[in-house]
Every structure is written in C-alpha cells, then in structure tokens.
Write a protein that binds this ligand. Structure first.
Ligand code: CP
Length: 307
C-alpha cells in the first residue's frame, strides 16, 4: 500500500489487516523506528483529534513531527498546496498527512509525490483514518462486520466520514442504512433510508454525524432538530440492549445527540478517539513498509481477523 487517500482503493482483506494491526498495536504496543524519520502534518482546516492523534501516533513510532500552520507559512504568500507538500518532501519528510477543504487534494498529492500521503479529511470527500478507527471500534464490540446493521444518521450529504464508512462497511459485509433529514441524504451513496425511530430499534450501531454548519450553503437554525432527527433519551431507550452509539466528533451536544448520552454506557465516542492513535500508527507502519521502510513488526506473520 503506497498511500491512504480513499476507501475506494482498499479491499476487504486490506481493511481487516489494518484493523488487526491497529488492535495488536493497542494491545501489545510497538516500538519506534530506529532510523530518523520525519512526518509532515499539513492541516489547512481546523482539527483537534485527527491532528493531535496523528502527532501522538507519529511520536510513539519515533517519528519527528514537522508541524505546519498554514497561517504562519508561505501559503500566505501564495504558495500552492502542491509546492508546499513538495517542499516538505524535499526537506526530508518520509510521510505526509494532509487535511484540506478541497476534495481530491490528497489524491492529487499522492499522484505527484514520492512519499506516502495520508488523507486526514478532504472537504466533503473522505476521511479514511476516521473510518479505520470506526471499524476498529465496531470490531472491538462485535468481533465481525458481516450482517451488522449500521445506521449512519444526520448530515450525510456534507460528511466525508459518511462516505468513507459507507464504502468500507459495505465491503466488509455490513448492512448500511441512512437516517435523517431528507435534504441531507446523499443519493450517490445508494444506501437505503430508515426513519430515525425505526433506525434506533433495528440497528447494532448508531453512527451519528455532526451537522456540518460550515459546509451549508443556506444557514438555518437547529431548533427542533434533536426531537425530529437526533438521538434523544427516549429514542436511546428503544435501542437494542447491545447496540452502541458512535460519533466522529466534535459533537454538537443537544443538537444531534442529547447531552447526557455523549458519555452514556453504550456510547463509544471517546473510545473512538482513543482508537484513533493505534489506527493511525497502523496506517503509517503499513505505508512506510510499502515504500521499503521496514518496521520490526512482521505484517506477514499475522492472521487477519474474520469478517
Ligand atoms: N473527527 C474529526 O475529524 O475531528 P477533528 O476535526 O477534530 O480532527
């Protein structure tokens, strides 16, 4: 594997192998690289958990982090994203992580650079490392994906998380559904729609999404949203005993989910964040291996998890 930009490019087997590696890393720990390696984190959009968990993942692997702030860089003088990324490669970055408001930016860089590129979120496009940590969270819970009923609920049209997860979960044999306001459904994903009331009763996983106010062309309020489309306490009571709540965060507390449910016993929202570190370590190890930079951990000797 050379880059990690879209779930389109991964097979079910590759996804399962990454979930297994991330799980092993979390359980067993893993040592750092012996040689000096640099990671460049180029975030052109705000981020808390993705940026910080990449930093932790890189440091745990012994990589030195080249932190980048667009507002304090030569981007302010008109330097392009490509020239910025090529500069980081030229000065020694071994891996490049990019978050950018425009779709396909990571894919464009992956075509042009000679180091692994990781998409940390591209506009409304994809968020593949969020997807991997979501897969890890679901696997920890159920030990499989095949046959699980997973509802992605909320602002699907503007969500890169929804796109990556819908693709990956279907490859892994899960039954994926959508729920939410009709104007926020995304017909390009081609997933069946359930009402929120049916969804809570039927799902194994309720994957809520943040309302992406910053991506809306017409700005509307959120009054009444929780009662109509969100996860209220009454709806949570109707969930199956074992069903879990997920959300990529940041959470609009009291809008897509009742404030008290964010840390409810069935919520895995903070577990998702915890899993983000091991998931990103697994991606970095796998990509560097794809470019001939070997880690002591032998990927080939492990068995993959069952779907
Ligand atoms: N889930 C996620 O991508 O969060 P951040 O925007 O804080 O990175």
């Amino acid at each position: 594997m050379k880059h990690f930009v879209s779930m389109k490019h991964l097979t079910a087997g590759e996804l399962l192998q990454l979930v297994q590696l991330a799980t092993d890393i979390q359980v067993l720990g893993v040592s750092g690289y012996r040689e000096q390696l640099f990671a460049a984190n180029l975030f052109f959009e705000p981020s808390t958990r993705t940026k910080m968990s990449f930093t932790v993942a890189e440091r745990k692997l012994g990589l030195e982090v080249l932190d980048f702030a667009a507002e304090a860089s030569s981007v302010t003088k008109g330097e392009t994203v490509y020239d910025t990324a090529k500069t980081l490669q030229s000065i020694g970055a071994s891996v490049l992580v990019i978050r950018h408001p425009e779709e396909h930016t990571a894919a464009m860089l992956a075509e042009k650079l000679d180091i692994p590129v990781i998409n940390a979120g591209d506009g409304k496009g994809e968020h593949p490392t969020q997807c991997l940590l979501d897969l890890m969270t679901i696997y920890q819970e159920y030990g499989r994906f095949e046959g699980l009923k997973i509802v992605i609920a909320g602002d699907i049209r503007h969500s890169r998380v929804a796109r990556s997860n819908a693709m990956a979960l279907r490859k892994l044999g899960a039954h994926v559904f959508a729920a939410g306001k009709s104007e926020w459904m995304d017909e390009t994903l081609d997933i069946p729609v359930l009402s929120m009331d049916d969804a809570v009763e039927q799902c194994d996983v309720m994957m809520l999404l943040r309302i992406q106010f910053e991506r809306h062309e017409t700005k509307g309020g959120s009054a009444g949203y929780l009662d109509q489309y969100g996860l209220t306490k009454a709806r949570e009571q109707k969930m199956q005993q074992r069903a879990i709540i997920m959300h990529p965060a940041p959470v609009n507390r009291g809008i897509e989910i009742d404030d008290s449910l964010v840390e409810a016993p069935r919520s895995r929202i903070f577990r998702q964040m915890e899993n983000g570190v091991a998931a990103r370590m697994a991606v970095i190890i796998t990509l560097l291996e794809g470019w001939g930079i070997k880690h002591g951990y032998n990927l080939n000797k492990r068995e993959t998890v069952n779907s």
